[in-house]
Design a protein. Structure first.
Lengths: 149, 149, 149, 149
């Protein structure tokens, strides 16, 4: 049976996920677009591990949230139904108002994709207004703890 | 080339859609779960054709909306990438507070699935509270115009 | 924090999953169609726990596989981003060539959906031909071990 | 009513699509990952308009196909349920074995995203082997006809 875990995490945070049938396509492999929700879920899991959330309640009834401004993915391999992937995450760049996460996705220790997500720190008010703001200090410190290199 | 439209609509409303690659799976066919968004989109298109919306603004700042309480689908055939499907919709049952839509999905005139969606008429307040309400008269009249049989 | 596991499984097999952002919709809840891949993934996990696969290689180069012929879901509650759901599965009916799985989905011990998937046992040849066949005895015995009631 | 078409296509090929409910997320907007299937569907529509297919049958029983090696998207705006988007496509770069498509996605004439997809020309044999090959001349000529600039 092939269901052993890959153990080759070199970044600050690593998670695993098994490929579900809905993520495959008629070419018999994971659809290229399905990798992006995988990245996002790894990012959210990283945030939870730091005591943060991608929708963090603020004192004034609003939320701190992180809309995406860029996403990239380079594919060097493929994944199939029931494959177990490891997804590594690190903070590659921390700006005043933005963060860029870097990801490596592996299957059986071999990288099959490298990717980035760039998100902007925003205040979302209760009535749905979204404004970019500097990353609060306590959030910044936690994100720095998972910086790459 | 196979891209001609099926023209065999026997229900009050009919729409078409071409299968996208993301809706296929590793068995080479449309994933069974992908049919449900197809049904919903046909329902929404039906509502727009009646001058309604699945998120209808109300005078008090809230919305009239239709959460689903049941979904069923029986599969008698399959669909593949780039197939052109016709989706027929009718109102099968109109209750005081609920509506059940019936659907037939065809590929080249052959039915490949029959399905139902049951939705409840609800008031959604601006602060997110959801309460079931009787279907307003003007909405009811429009839905009756697309009843089956 | 809300991330404790629901522990109220009354069926033969139970799994958990956390709601991902991609599974939510603009109503702020999990899209009704997203429950179907959840059911299927629970079914596949059940099969793996029995030493089976939804795409079981056969000696002749073909596969034993289980195309769906029916799916139903009744929704009695909702789920939100990051909710942790428990999904219970049992074999509700075992025919000569088909199996119907029953599912209960819970959030914090409260059922939010009950559902069924009906699948037909098929031989898929290497060249893509699909023929329904009686469920092989060894597979039947394993499925009987997770029958409801 | 807002359902008029944007007509501001400056690239060689342009298509439209209406946002479906399944493509929205709990932030009330289209999920960032949903843009990638939109791009791919526009690419496939472009290919069909050129008399090509993303899975072109070859004389020897195999197929000419185009696995993705890179995808990027920069988000400068958002889209909501029922918005009508225009998606422009051009061939940005045509290599010996690869093609990079450039995309601009607009809502009401305003760009909300620019994106690229890079695909490699491959022969897929009947038994599933995938090998990169030079883009055949007749395919190359058709792709050149939709080059940007």
């Amino acid at each position: 049976m092939k269901f052993h875990y890959a153990r080759s995490c070199s970044m600050p945070f690593c998670t695993q996920r098994r490929i579900e049938f809905r993520d495959t396509d008629a070419a018999g492999i994971v659809h290229f677009s399905a990798f992006f929700p995988f990245l996002e879920s790894a990012e959210h899991e990283l945030l939870r591990s730091l005591g943060l959330s991608v929708m963090q309640p603020l004192d004034d009834g609003g939320h701190l949230t992180w809309p995406r401004v860029a996403a990239t993915c380079d594919y060097t391999g493929t994944a199939k139904f029931e494959d177990l992937l490891s997804i590594e995450v690190a903070v590659e760049h921390l700006g005043t108002k933005s963060v860029r996460y870097g990801f490596t996705i592996r299957r059986d220790a071999s990288p099959i994709a490298t990717a980035t997500l760039t998100a902007v720190c925003c205040r979302l008010t209760a009535d749905g207004q979204l404004t970019s703001i500097p990353i609060p200090d306590d959030v910044r410190q936690r994100l720095e703890s998972v910086a790459s290199g």
